[in-house]
Design a protein around this ligand. Sequence first.
Ligand code: FAD
Length: 384
Amino acid sequence: MENKIYDYVIVGAGIAGCSTAYFLSRHTSNILLIDTNTSVAGGASGAAGAFLSPLLGKNNPFKTLVTKALKFSTQFYHDNFSDCIINNGVLRIPKDDTDREKFKTYDHDFNFVIKDDGYFFPIGSLISSTKLCLNLTTNINKLLGFNVDKIQFTDDLWSINDKIKTNNLILCTGAYVDFLPKYVQIRPVWGQRIVCKTAKLLTHNYHKECSVSLSLKNDYDNDTKKPYLISIGATHHRLVLEKKCDNSFVFPNFSTCNHCPTGCKEDTDKLINLANDIVKLDDLEVIEAYGGARASSYDYFPIVGDLVDDKLTLEEFPYLKNGTHVQSNRFTKYKNLFVLNGVGGRGFVLSPFLAKELVEHIIDGKKLDEDIKSERLFKRWVKK
Ligand SMILES: Cc1cc2nc3c(=O)[nH]c(=O)nc-3n(C[C@H](O)[C@H](O)[C@H](O)COP(=O)(O)OP(=O)(O)OC[C@H]3O[C@@H](n4cnc5c(N)ncnc54)[C@H](O)[C@@H]3O)c2cc1C
């Protein structure tokens, strides 16, 4: 391994890294995908529902991005990984009377019908998260169970743990931000979802204050189809990561794995209460819980593309600190270092779309939207 030079090394085998690997593999096979976990989707991606649902509200740039990504990603999954997507629609239910009034004023980007107590969007879908990440990376070289402790740029190459060399390095590390410049400031938001048995058959998905959907695990009784497996999720807790002495991270008060039989009891109880407010679930029994940390930026937009080198940029433009305007295309970027992060609670909606954008940017120099570039985070940070 020591003598080989990869074209691309991607750190992080969640939906962001796996999607990036998939689109890059259309251009080269000399790719290595690394993760500290022993399987793909061992982080937030394996914990996710993973639900594809429209963002509701008045039009704004973030909603435009989510709508564009939802259209692209849904079609992408249908065209390429049809066995990983179930398109059975989602019923969005206003949470109270105020919310109901707001719903009437929203600009809806997708077809819907008024149904029961809410708005039914046929586009709503469910993704089999781990299977999808596996299928995206079938032909990709992987190095799993390998923790990246050090990255360094020398002799025009990126070196990883002084062992692996690559021309280009792409960081898709989710809530773990050790190698990102300090201005990136990702906020980890831990959450749990539960998988339960119930006698209730769901024909579509629901979303009110939480989501209730089919579970894509197939191990229920195939003869009677009872009890049915459903997924209820998810909770949200803003977290500060604590580093352990072995260099891994812990999420205080929560299990460190992304999958366990019981989960956090408080969260489990909360989810059951919220779910029962949506649909009556007979004979409910919790089977297992999944937990993980979503990575969110301060403005909820993802972070995609090149990374501004804050040190060199400030050396060249020290007056940036006083608020003087400098066009962001003049900022110095780290050479051959890229990022796809900050996909928050919508990784399965955003990642395929953003990975395609990122790869077209790297290969063909396609311009990325200003809203998703690292420059915006640097400019905000430097003013402080
Ligand atoms: C309970 C829950 C429910 C969710 N439900 C939905 C949903 O319904 N729909 C939806 O679209 N999204 C959902 N999300 C959000 C979704 O899971 C995330 O947006 C998505 O998984 C983020 O993907 P990622 O690849 O950025 O991060 P991750 O999946 O966390 O992947 C990052 C990977 O990087 C690896 N890594 C980090 N640092 C290193 C290192 N130093 N060395 C080696 N490897 C490293 C990690 O091990 C990890 O595997 C949910 C999230 C949670 C927690």
